[in-house]
Design a protein around this ligand. Structure first.
Ligand code: ARG
Length: 578
C-alpha cells in the first residue's frame, strides 16, 4: 500500500467534512522525519484559503479523526509548529503491513490501471557515435520504462533514431570513395568515430568530395538504389554499435524498438498535405511553414515551424509530425512521453501544438516533453574530451568499469579474477547510471568520477555494498532469504524506523512516475540503506534471542529485497559479495 495516499485519504475525508478541502494531497513525509512520522501540512494551505488559524483548523480536524485513529493504525496525532500534524503509526500497524509486503512478490506495490504509454528515449542521430550527452535520455528513459512496466502499463519503447538527412551525404560519399579505390570498407566501418572524422575532414578540405557529398544527399532522397544500399549498410553498422552500448549499459532497448526517422519517409508528403487541408500551412521564404499564435519570437513576431524546406526537403519537424500521427492514430497510445534534452523544448511544444491542430493527437491523449539539463565537467562547462571533441559513451562505460575494477581489487584482493571483473562491471556501470538518476533531471549536473564511484554517500557503490553486507549476514547464519518466517516483532526505535522506511517503498516507486523523477527512488534507497546501517549497528541480529533474531533477520531480508528490487527498477544490478 502507498502509505502516503492511505493517510491522505484519512485527512481528506476529515477536511472534507469540515468543508475545508482545498489542498488535495495533505499528507507528506516530514522532511526530517523521526521514526514513523508522517506530517500533514495541507492543513496550512486549507487554513490560509479560508483565512482561519491553521492550528485551530488542525485541532478541529483532530477532534474529528481522533476517535478512529486506532482503526487507521495511528498511535498519535500531534499538532506541531504553525499547524503541521505529526503522525506516528502504531507498531502493530507497521508489523501487519510489513508482513503483508514481505509476503508479496510485488513488495506491496499494487498494479495501476493499465495505460498504453510510449516512451521516446535515447533516439541518437546515427551520423555520429553516441556520446555522453546521450546518457541522460537513455538512462532516465530506461528507468522510467522499467517502473511504468512494473506498475502494469503497456509500455512502447520508441528509439526514434536520426538516420536521414543532409549529414549522411559525406558519410555515403566516403563509403563510395572507399569502394571505388578498393579500400576495405568493412574494416573502416569498424571504428565509426574515425570514419566520421575522415568523412567530415574530406568534406571541409576537398571541394570535389563536398560536391559529391551534396549529390549523395539528393540521390538518397530520390531513392537511388546504389545509394540506398550504401546507406543501409551504414545504418545497420551504426545501430549495431548503439546496441553494443545499450548492452554494455544494461539498457532494455533492443533492435525491435528502433523506429527510425526514415521509417516515415513514405508518408511525409501526405502528412504535409493533411496540414494543408486543415489550412495550417503558409509559404514563407519559399518554405512551407506553420505559424501558431502561441509561439512568438523577439518583438512578438510569430515564430514559424518549417515543415517543408524550399528545396522540397523535409526537416526534423516533418518527421516528428509523421511520428506523432503514427503514435496517436496507429498505435493509439494514451500517453507519449518524449525524454529529450531541454534545449529541444520549443521544437517539441510546436510539434504537439501542430499535431493537435491537425488532429494527429486526440484530446484524451497526453503528449509531453520530459526534459533534462546538460552534463557538465568540473569547471561547469559542457563535458568534452581534451581536444574539445564529444566524449564517446562507449569510452565512458569502459572507463567506469576500469576504475571500478581498481576499487574492487583494492577493497578485496582475494577475489578471483572472474569475480572481480563481474563486480567491476556491475559497480562501474551502476555508478554512472546512478549518478544520472540520482539528480533532479531538469538541472545541469557535474560529471565527477570520484564522487560517483565512492563507497560513501548517495552512490550506486554505497547501495550495492549495503546489499552485500546484508547478504553476508545470511551467509554467516547459513541461511537463505525466505528461510525465516516468524512474525515481525519491532521494539527498538531503530528497528521501527527501518520498518517504517520499508513500508514507504510503494510510495517511493509510485512517486517517481508522478513527474518522472527517478531521483525520488534513489533518495529513498539511500535513506533506506542509512536506516539499515543504523539499525544494524544498534540492534544485534544473529546474537539476539530467537524471537528477536527471526524478526530482525526478516527486517534484513526485506531490506535486501527492497534494495535489489529498487535498484533493478533503476536498471542497476547487484552482486552477492564484493
Ligand atoms: N535524434 C534527436 C537528437 O539527437 C532526438 C530525437 C528525440 N525524439 C523525437 N521524437 N524528436 O537530437
Amino acid at each position: 500500500m502507498n502509505l502516503k495516499k492511505y493517510l491522505d485519504r484519512e485527512f481528506e475525508n476529515g477536511l472534507r467534512s469540515l468543508g475545508a478541502l482545498d489542498a488535495p494531497a495533505v499528507v507528506k513525509q516530514a522532511s526530517k522525519p523521526a521514526f514513523g512520522h508522517y506530517q500533514a501540512n495541507g492543513v496550512m494551505g486549507a487554513a490560509k484559503k479560508r483565512k482561519s488559524n491553521p492550528r485551530e483548523l488542525a485541532q478541529s480536524l483532530l477532534d474529528l479523526i481522533e476517535g478512529s485513529k486506532e482503526l487507521t493504525g495511528v498511535a498519535e496525532y500531534e499538532i506541531a509548529g504553525p499547524g503541521f500534524i505529526n503522525i506516528t503509526l502504531t507498531p502493530a500497524f507497521i508489523q501487519t503491513e510489513l508482513d503483508r509486503n514481505a509476503q508479496d512478490p510485488r513488495l506491496g506495490i499494487p498494479l495501476e490501471t493499465a495505460r498504453k504509454i510510449l516512451i521516446d528515449y535515447s533516439s541518437p542521430n546515427l551520423a555520429k557515435e553516441m556520446h555522453i550527452g546521450h546518457l541522460r535520455s537513455t538512462a532516465i528513459g530506461d528507468a522510467n520504462v522499467r517502473i511504468l512496466e512494473f506498475l502494469g502499463h503497456e509500455v512502447v519503447r520508441a528509439n526514434h533514431v536520426g538516420d536521414w538527412g543532409a549529414q549522411f551525404g559525406s558519410l555515403l560519399a566516403y563509403m563510395d570513395k572507399l569502394e571505388q579505390t578498393g579500400e576495405a570498407l568493412a574494416t573502416e566501418l569498424k571504428d565509426l568515430e574515425v570514419f566520421y572524422q575522415k568523412a567530415s575532414e574530406l568534406f571541409k578540405t576537398d571541394e570535389k568530395f563536398a560536391a559529391r557529398a551534396r549529390q549523395f544527399v539528393v540521390r538518397l532522397q530520390s531513392g537511388d538504389a546504389k545509394c540506398l544500399d550504401l546507406w543501409e549498410r551504414f545504418i545497420k553498422e551504426s545501430i549495431r554499435h548503439c546496441q553494443a552500448i545499450y548492452d554494455l549499459l544494461d539498457i532494455s532497448l533492443t533492435a525491435d524498438d528502433v523506429r527510425a526517422e526514415s521509417a516515415y519517409n513514405d508518408v511525409l508528403a501526405s502528412t504535409i498535405e493533411k496540414l494543408e487541408a486543415k489550412g495550417l500551412v503558409e509559404i514563407s521564404d519559399g518554405a512551407k511553414c506553420v505559424f501558431m499564435d502561441e509561439f512568438t519570437g523577439k518583438d512578438d513576431k510569430p515564430l514559424p515551424a518549417i515543415v517543408q524546406k524550399s528545396d522540397g526537403g523535409y526537416p526534423y519537424m516533418a518527421t516528428d509530425l509523421a511520428a506523432a500521427e503514427y503514435r496517436g492514430h496507429t498505435l493509439r497510445v494514451d500517453e507519449a512521453l518524449y525524454f529529450v534534452d531541454g534545449r529541444q523544448s520549443l521544437h517539441l511544444s510546436q510539434l504537439y501544438a501542430i499535431a493537435s491542430a491537425a488532429g494527429f493527437i486526440q484530446e484524451n491523449q497526453v503528449f509531453s516533453h520530459i526534459p533534462f539539463g546538460t552534463i557538465l565537467n568540473k569547471e561547469g562547462k559542457p563535458f568534452k574530451t581534451r581536444d574539445g571533441g564529444a566524449v564517446k559513451l562507449a569510452d565512458v562505460g569502459d572507463e567506469a568499469i576500469e576504475r571500478a575494477l581498481k576499487l574492487v581489487s583494492d577493497k578485496n584482493p582475494d577475489l578471483t579474477e572472474e569475480d572481480r571483473n563481474h563486480i567491476a562491471r556491475v559497480v562501474g556501470i551502476g555508478a554512472i547510471k546512478y549518478a544520472e538518476l540520482s539528480k533532479n533531471r531538469t538541472t545541469d549536473y557535474i560529471f565527477n568520477w570520484d564522487t560517483m564511484l565512492s563507497f560513501e554517500g548517495n552512490t550506486a557503490p554505497y547501495l550495492q555494498y549495503a546489499y552485500t553486507r546484508i547478504m553476508s549476514i545470511f551467509r554467516r547464519a547459513g541461511l537463505n532469504s525466505g528461510d525465516i518466517n516468524g512474525p515481525f516483532n519491532l521494539r527498538e526505535p531503530d528497528e521501527i524506523a527501518l520498518a517504517t522506511r520499508l513500508l514507504q517503498y510503494p510510495e517511493a516507486v509510485e512517486s517517481v512516475v508522478e513527474d518522472y523523477q527517478a531521483n525520488i527512488l534513489c533518495n529513498y534507497l539511500f535513506d533506506l540503506s542509512q536506516h539499515f546501517m543504523t539499525f544494524y549497528e544498534s540492534c544485534p541480529v544473529l546474537k539476539a534471542d530467537d524471537e528477536m533474531r527471526d524478526s530482525r533477520l526478516r527486517l534484513c531480508d526485506l531490506s535486501a529485497k527492497t534494495l535489489k528490487h529498487g535498484l533493478g527498477l533503476l536498471g542497476i544490478q547487484t552482486v552477492e559479495h564484493m
